[in-house]
Design a binder for this molecule. Structure first.
Ligand code: 2IT
Length: 447
């Protein structure tokens, strides 16, 4: 069956699962040519099998809030593909979480993990729990109730969750505590993103942002440019944006915008170390307001309500928050203001119209599954350290992360270089990931 027919069938079968269908569509468009060149893939129905998760767990999570009221949420774990290793991927706690969102993320994770060069399959999970405004005690009770169901689905050689939007070191700590109590297993390798004194890898919190900037650096060098002195707009102020701000500043670039659901903070002179540290305080407060940065640093940062980071003139745009956060109109505004590079750090951060506009208007573009893979790659390094009962130094982890991002860039160049010499990073990443997973599935037979 042609990839376009497979897509039409999925649209009919899963109407309304928009994020999932969008993610699949992008990959199928990219791989169409190579798929047609491999009849053995078609015969084994590789694509039909690859777009369906291996299994989906869905469960009720009931907990008691600080007022003594009973609250109920829905929890999920989607084990998407295990062709190249145990299931691996984050947990997202956000009020908008649906099976469609987690299916898109699990699908993306499968290809991303294949790009890392480490043996990890793809998974994703989470809940429609909204951390906004919750107390620390409420977060703990929710994490414990969530793990009371999840623990039966996971294991160090089976499925290894980590953080994503709404899940950081604190949440991983509460979940790991509950896992130990229920499973009576003390292998720290069951979760990644742990605290550094109990099995967590040094640099895992920074890794997504650091890896992204290493990738951006490669994109720019390959295009004959230098990151030093360039202006950057980042969106969000969570873990990913935080790591990106640190590394961008270290590489001599200037981050002039961060944002939140309430608006954007314009920082004309560039973000400082004190401001980057304050992002952690803002995240821990669960207020979800970027205005707090301007209130704390009124001289340096100006808050503009209701605006996105894409309204600020910059050289480079780095979406670091949520899927589809950058629209075609945003892409046009960025370009009109002089932007010439956009690298997705969030998963599927750009809408299809935005990607199309960038690619046809000379704006360098790279997709999230390549750019942000340093996060899960460092989770893979955490698993290795846990399995070997050792811990590497920051320099050791950083140099491995660097090598992995370089290899991902090389894979994009190998599979994405076009006849005119330009590099299509979307095609490159999708084809490289697809070939690896498809080959492994083929070799493992019809299962
Ligand atoms: O989207 C992602 O790659 C993550 N949230 C990190 C997953 C992981 O297992 O570290």
């Amino acid at each position: 069956m042609k990839t376009s027919e497979i897509m039409a069938k999925l649209q009919a079968k899963y109407p309304g699962e928009n994020e999932y269908l969008q993610a699949v569509q992008e990959v199928l468009e990219s791989i169409e040519d190579v798929y047609n060149m491999h009849p053995e893939f078609e015969k084994a129905k590789i694509v039909e099998r690859m777009v369906e998760p291996d299994r989906i767990f869905s469960f009720r999570v009931t907990w008691v809030d600080d007022m003594g009221e009973v609250q109920t949420n829905t929890g999920y774990r989607i084990q998407f593909n295990s062709a190249i290793g145990p299931y691996k991927g984050g947990l997202r706690f956000h009020k908008a979480v649906t099976p469609s969102m987690l299916k898109f993320l699990g699908f993306e994770q499968t290809f991303k993990n294949a790009l890392t060069t480490l043996p990890m399959g793809g998974a994703k999970g989470g809940s429609d729990f909204d951390p906004k405004g919750k107390s620390n005690a409420e977060i703990m009770r929710f994490c414990q109730a969530f793990m009371a169901e999840l623990w039966q689905c996971i294991g160090p050689d089976q499925d290894v969750p980590a953080g994503d939007v709404g899940v950081g070191g604190r949440e991983i700590g509460y979940m790991y505590g509950m896992y130990k109590k229920l499973a009576r297993e003390y292998n720290t390798g069951v979760l990644t993103g742990k605290g550094s004194t109990w099995g967590g890898s040094i640099l895992r919190p920074e890794a997504t942002g650091f890896g992204a900037l290493y990738f951006v650096d490669h994109v720019l060098r390959t295009a004959g440019k230098d990151i030093a002195g360039k202006t950057i707009a980042v969106s969000g102020f969570g873990n990913v944006a935080w790591g990106a701000c640190i590394k961008a500043s270290q590489l001599g670039a200037k981050v002039v915008a961060i944002s939140g659901p309430d608006g954007v903070c314009h920082i004309p002179a560039g973000i400082t170390k004190e401001m980057i540290d304050y992002m952690l305080v803002m995240r821990a407060s669960n207020r979800d307001k970027v205005e707090d940065m301007a209130s704390r640093f009124p001289e340096q940062a100006k808050f503009i309500a209701g605006k996105k980071s894409w309204s600020i003139p910059v050289d480079i745009a780095l979406p670091c928050a949520f899927q589809n956060e950058l629209s075609e109109d945003d892409a046009k505004e960025l370009k009109a203001n002089g932007c010439w590079c956009c690298c997705e750090v969030s998963n599927m951060g750009c809408q299809p119209g935005a990607i199309h506009f960038f690619q046809h208007n000379g704006v360098l573009f790279a997709p999230g599954k390549a750019v942000n893979a340093g996060g899960v790659a460092t989770s893979g390094l955490e698993m290795t350290q846990n399995a070997a009962h050792i811990s590497w130094t920051a320099d050791e982890v950083d140099s491995k992360l660097h090598q992995i991002m370089q290899s991902i860039h090389e894979q994009c160049v190998k599979f994405g270089t076009q006849p005119d010499g330009t590099i299509d990073y979307v095609k490159g990443a999708n084809i490289a990931g697809f070939m690896k997973v498809a080959q492994a599935m083929l070799e493992q037979g019809i299962i």
